[in-house]
Design a protein around this ligand. Structure first.
Ligand code: NAD
Ligand code: TDX
Length: 347
């Protein structure tokens, strides 16, 4: 099987590529990633032993020529992880969110249609559903889309485009909507890695509002196994929710991290709330469980313990992000260890 994975140098994309390499000897991956601030080639060091089964191409999913050139190689599936993914950044300026999350998805869809790619998998998010009240049941695939942040609106727009290409052109597409991920290789701007790395340095931990917003957490490797299942067995045109029923208040996550690191709660600093801050997300993944037989394997407690240990053991990884040194990795290694096979596509 040959996959085109976009955004494979980010948090979930890199975990997905590692999962695919470890799980299947016959899968080859072309990884198209622009290497924005969120893309880090160092995330793929564990893929090195798999040699040419993983090929990195630096490029923009909105760049038609690059995309067409790669699709001319006829991958069996395109899995689109590439996105601007941070809500706070979308509130500051959402131009790049429109460019990548909407325009980029459209360019990929058009090219998949032209090259008759057998399947397109869109990696979406629970945020497209909006916010739940405390007493409401978790989101099912039948909930109405009601995004509240510019990020969520851009992801919802992409979902609707993907759906429309199925309805209009009969393309084989599937959409996954997952809850909040945590685990190794997550960029330390997101809640869990930010709190772990700040606490390790005795910096303040900024908690938005009253800290009582609820997120539903899933370990990134359980998410990757779910994507794998949907990619192989999902019904064309369908949406699959992904989640592992682990809802927690933000403040409890922060306290858990402080306790695990033996740091004082005096590091907590309540700060101004995020504008339009969704109060609660909760996912019902019954369809994925019953139709595709997926079930999460990592409990929240085990996953968090492993994640905290990972950040303790990989201080160099996140310090290089904090100092910006990770941005030089591509220039330092391009043409050396990555080799000519990892250069821009030639067509
Ligand atoms: P991330 O920000 O860590 O990684 C995004 C990757 O996309 C980066 O490597 C970046 O360089 C790349 N990229 C950005 N713009 C690009 C472009 N124009 N062309 C090519 N590559 C580009 O994001 P993530 O947390 O790994 O999320 C991956 C996907 O999963 C996103 O689509 C996101 O919406 C979705 N998602 C994330 C979560 C979560 O909790 N992180 C939950 C549900 C869904
Ligand atoms: O410093 C912080 N303080 C804080 O209280 C940060 C960064 C976050 N928060 C709160 C805001 C949210 O309620 O923690 C919660 C989680 O925040 P993020 O890590 O920014 O994630 P969220 O906004 O929930 O979105 C995430 O889940 C869905 C991902 O970033 C998205 O890409 C994904 O689609």
């Amino acid at each position: 099987m040959k996959l085109l994975v976009t955004g494979g140098c980010g948090f979930i994309g890199s975990n997905f590529i590692i999962h695919m390499m470890e799980s299947y000897p016959d899968v080859n991956v072309i990884n198209l990633d622009l290497l924005t601030y969120a893309g880090n080639l160092e995330n793929l060091q564990d893929v090195a032993p798999y040699g040419s089964r993983h090929r990195f191409v630096r490029g923009d999913i909105s760049d038609k020529e690059t995309v067409r050139c790669l699709l001319a190689e006829k991958p069996d599936v395109v899995v689109n992880f590439a996105a601007e993914s941070h809500v706070d950044r979308s509130i500051m300026d959402c131009c790049s969110f429109i460019h990548t999350n909407i325009r980029g998805t459209q360019v990929l869809l058009d090219a998949c249609r032209e090259y008759k790619i057998p399947r397109f998998v869109q990696i979406s998010t629970d945020e497209v559903y909006g916010s739940l009240h405390a007493e409401e049941p978790p989101f099912t695939e039948d909930n109405q889309i009601c995004p509240n942040s510019p990020y969520a609106a851009s992801k919802a727009s992409a979902d609707l485009l993907v759906r429309s290409y199925h309805k209009t052109y009969g393309m084989d597409v599937v959409i996954t909507r997952c809850s909040n991920n945590y685990g190794p290789l997550q960029f330390p701007e997101k809640l869990i890695p930010l709190m772990i790395t700040n606490a390790l340095q005795d910096f303040e931990l900024p908690v938005y509002g009253d800290g009582r917003n609820v997120r539903d957490w899933i370990h990134v490797r359980d998410h990757c196994r779910a994507i794998d299942a949907v990619m192989r067995k999902g019904r064309p045109g369908d949406v699959y929710n992904i989640g592992s029923e682990a809802e927690f208040h933000n403040i409890d996550i922060v306290r858990y991290i402080l306790c695990r690191l033996d740091k004082p709660e005096s590091l907590i600093r309540y700060v101004e709330d995020r504008p339009g801050h969704d109060r609660r997300y909760g996912m019902n993944a019954a369809k994925l469980r019953s139709e595709l037989g997926w079930t999460p394997l990592i409990s929240f407690e085990d996953g968090m313990n492993q994640t905290v240990s990972w950040y303790i053991e990989h201080e160099m990884w996140w310090q290089r992000i904090r100092t910006g040194e990770y941005l030089n990795y591509y220039e330092d290694w391009y043409g050396k260890s990555l080799g000519a096979a990892n250069s821009k596509p030639k067509c």
